[in-house]
Structure formats: C-alpha cells, structure tokens
Write a protein of this length. Structure first.
Length: 253
C-alpha cells in the first residue's frame, strides 16, 4: 500500500516537473494564475443527466464526447461509420472528448495509434503535452472539447485524403455547432489548412485570427511538432495567450 502511495506521489511529482518544463520551454518565468477559480463556473452538464438523450440506440450521453443531446444525436448518426475507407482500418472511432458546452475547442488532424486504441483524441505523448498546454492556460482538459478533422486513423498516420475529409468534416462542423465554442484552436498544419481551406504554411497561419463557420479560430503548432521542436513552444504559448485574452478570465462555462 505504501509502495502504491509512493508510486502515486512520484508520478504526481514527475507530472509537476513535466508541467514546469513546458512552462519554462514556453518562456514563462512565473506560474500563471489560473484563468478560472475552481468552482467559479457551473460544471459541465453531468454526462448522465439527460436520460431523454439516451434514447439513441447503442449510445449514451456518458459516452466519450457525447455529453449533450445534440452531441449524442451526432454520435448516433455516425454509428459504426463506413462512409469513407478509413472506417475499415480503425480499432475505435474517435468521436471527441470534453465539456459539451466548452467555450474553447481544440481540433487536430486525426487519430494516431494511441487514439485509435483508446478511442480518445490526443492521448499518448502529444496528448500529454496538449493537456499541459491547456493547464498552462489555467484550464483543465475536461473544461475544453477536443476533436479531430477525421474520426478514424489513417493507415500509417498518413494525411487524410480529400474524399475522407469530405465524408467526415460535416460531423466535425456539427459538433462545433453543438458545443458552441467561442474559440477554436486548430492544432497543426493539416487541421489549420483543412479548416481554413488554404495552403498557407502553418508558420504564417499561426498567431493570426481566422474564422471557421463563424467561430474565431487560432491556428497553432501541433503538440507532436512541439515535441520534436521544443524551441517553438514559445510561439505556441504566444498563440495560446491570444486565445486566453479573447476568452477573458472565464475560460469555461
Ligand atoms: S473517418 Fe469519418 S467518415 Fe470516414 S469512416 Fe471514420 S467516421 Fe466515417
């Protein structure tokens, strides 16, 4: 038991060290004040609260990313989707995760191997870095909503094909409408270029406000790229600071 507690304490300490390293890499010299005091905002709707929404066959509001009736309806419509070839190779369809009424939404490219296995976006090393980025903003991962342009893993982590995006993106668009975020952060070149219908390099897109479906969108670097190029964390942090400024002190609903 003591060993277990010791392991838990050591893991917590390591997590704190990793978080502080992210802050230091991003050029911060002091720990930011949380944007939201704990309990200052109503918690996300309890996933199991609206039993009426559970009428969708096979899906529940307690399922990952389905925490509201509109989101549940989208998930139910997707079902065991085979609208594009990516469906045939997936282990799990990665719908989304997080606060169903989040003010801030992160959108990535598509699931990788870890996400395909877990059925959750942004797990694994890049996901852990994204979590630290969110926490550096004074938020918790559960305060935001996270999804991808495509919901099934492209083989070998290749970029999704245009036809695959065309089949899947309408569901992302509807998720965005269902969540109703005030700001979307597009993570990486592919997500930013796809959502903005542009071929402009991410190095020129990042740090500049754009719009997706009427919602303000901030492109920034993908956490996987930041793992390979930690010297770029400072720029990503500058982008996130613009987002924090836009959202104001109340980062969550
Ligand atoms: S990627 Fe999207 S459209 Fe293609 S099978 Fe998966 S859920 Fe369906």
């Amino acid at each position: 038991m003591d060993d277990e507690r010791g392991r838990a304490v050591r893991e917590l300490a390591w997590e704190a060290v990793r978080h502080l390293r992210w802050l230091a890499d991003a050029g911060m010299r002091e720990i930011p004040t949380p944007a939201v005091a704990p309990g200052a905002h109503p918690p996300a709707r309890a996933p199991s609260a609206p039993p009426a929404g559970d009428a969708a066959p096979g899906y529940r509001t307690s399922d990952r990313g389905c925490g509201s009736e509109p989101l549940l309806a989208i998930r139910a419509e997707l079902g065991e989707c085979a609208r594009c070839p990516l469906g045939a190779g997936r282990t799990k369809l990665v719908f989304g995760t997080g606060n169903p009424t989040a003010r801030l939404m992160f959108v990535g490219e598509g699931p990788g191997a870890d996400e395909d296995r877990e059925g959750e976006p942004f797990v694994g090393k890049a996901g852990q870095l994204l979590t630290r980025m969110i926490e550096a903003m004074g938020l918790a991962r559960g305060d935001v909503y996270i999804a991808n342009v495509v919901k099934c893993r492209p083989p070998g982590n290749r970029n999704p094909e245009p036809a695959e995006i065309e089949a899947c993106e309408p569901f992302l668009r509807r998720q965005i409408e269902a969540v109703g975020p005030e700001v979307i952060v597009a993570l990486g070149k592919f997500a930013a270029q796809t959502l903005l219908r542009t071929t402009t390099p991410i190095t020129r897109l990042r740090g500049q406000w754009a719009r997706y479906g009427g919602v303000k969108l901030m492109p920034t670097f993908h956490p996987a790229y930041l793992l390979r190029s930690p010297e770029e964390k400072r720029k990503a942090w500058e982008d996130l600071q613009l987002v924090m400024k836009e959202l104001g002190p109340a980062g969550t609903r």
